[in-house]
Design a protein around this ligand. Structure first.
Ligand code: 5BU
Length: 267
């Protein structure tokens, strides 16, 4: 299966420009770590992005949790993303009718489309949500934007399972120019029929933590090794890294664990 192919090979044969760039970046930096930078001030966010940036391929934000969001936040993130060569993923989890989602993606105070390379959405509203995001991306005429579908969630009792998850894969297949892959606990391509040979959706796995099993509000973790064994490509970790007593040492530990597991898988 595609998860046994090296990222360099997947970069070469992929048609989505942002997926190509992501795989090449991972090879270059020898990292498949996505930092979930859930900091609540611009100063902290930029500080962590600067210190940990060299070790990650993607920085995931929740831009609406900042106490002091301003243009400075975005300018800083954009500057650091170029300096340390990482992509920005706004974990916005769009869920509405297409018309509203376009306004939320392009407009408001956040103007997410302007600065986030990657965003995600659920397919709860049906395929129109992806069509709406695709239209915004295509009319802007930029090549470095993409969308992940939220196919599963890590929290206890999640309802993003079964037919919902299967529909996520089927809808992803209808929008290969826009959909890069999905956020899930494991590889899911086999859930829906008609997998095509050339198909290569990227699996981002959230809820990754080396030293904890979960939190008091239902979060459930797995280790980098188990995520990679399950067919994940990119490991999303937040508190495991930024809340560690030495975040730089922690990010290096996640980087090594993820990259060793990747190397073991591709042989
Ligand atoms: P943590 O500190 O590693 O638990 O942070 C996890 C991050 O991933 C946090 O930003 C969540 O909003 C996000 N997340 C998640 O935990 N589980 C999911 O299913 C999805 C996103 Br989708």
């Amino acid at each position: 299966s595609k998860s046994n192919l090296p990222f360099a090979k997947r970069a070469e044969r992929h048609k989505h420009p942002l997926v190509k760039r992501l795989f090449s970046l991972a090879e270059k930096k020898q990292s498949n770590v996505v930092l979930s930078a859930d900091l609540t001030t611009t100063k902290d966010l930029l500080n962590f992005a600067d210190k940990l940036g060299p070790h990650i391929v993607v920085l995931k934000t929740h831009i609406d949790i900042l106490d002091d969001f301003s243009q400075e936040t975005i300018e800083g993130l954009t500057r650091l993303s170029k300096q340390h060569d990482f992509l920005i993923f706004e974990d916005r989890k769009f869920v509405d009718i297409g018309n509203t989602v376009q306004k939320q993606y392009k407009g408001g105070v956040l103007k997410i489309h302007d600065w986030a390379h990657i965003v995600n959405c659920t397919v709860l509203p049906g395929p129109g949500i992806v069509q709406a995001l695709e239209q915004t991306i295509q009319s802007a005429g930029v090549a470095d934007r993409g969308v992940l579908i939220l196919a599963e969630m890590t929290s206890k009792g999640s309802l993003a399972t079964g037919s919902y998850t299967k529909a996520s894969i089927e809808i992803a297949r209808q929008y290969p120019k826009t959909i890069m892959g999905w956020v899930a606990t494991k590889e899911l391509s086999q859930l829906a029929e008609s997998e095509v040979d050339e198909e290569d959706f990227v699996v981002f796995t959230t809820g990754v933590n080396i030293s904890s099993k979960g939190d008091a509000l239902g979060q459930q973790y797995q280790t980098p090794e188990s995520a990679m064994a399950g067919g994940s490509d990119f490991l999303i970790a937040g508190r495991g890294i930024y809340a560690a007593s030495d975040p730089v040492a922690a990010v290096k530990e996640y980087q090594k664990a993820g990259w060793d597991a990747y190397k073991a898988r591709v042989g």
